[in-house]
Design a protein. Structure first.
Length: 94
């Protein structure tokens, strides 16, 4: 009998294609403007599906996202990702 947890995770990308960390949402004024996430290690991520509640320049977030290696973007800024989880980080809490 298959493990139920394995079936639930079947839609998730392999672990090596998932990135996570703390970062800051940034509004970038290129190609008409868009929001990206700059991780604390300076890596830039371009969310394809950043919710409107998180489209705030300077917002600190904790995130987990799936890398979209084959995605083509007009912005040519950062690594395209699909957001899996995102939470606001309050000042002083990490």
């Amino acid at each position: 009998m298959p493990d139920a947890d394995v079936e639930e995770d079947a839609d998730l990308p392999p672990p090596e294609d998932i990135v996570s960390g703390l970062g800051t949402v940034r509004y970038v004024e290129l190609e008409g403007g868009f929001y990206g996430i700059v991780a604390d290690d300076s890596t830039r991520y371009l969310p394809q599906d950043l919710g409107t509640d998180y489209r705030e320049d300077g917002l600190r977030v904790r995130f987990r996202a799936a890398v979209q290696d084959s995605a083509m973007t007009m912005e040519m800024w950062g690594t395209p990702v699909e957001m899996l989880d995102i939470l606001r980080v309050e000042d002083g809490s990490q």
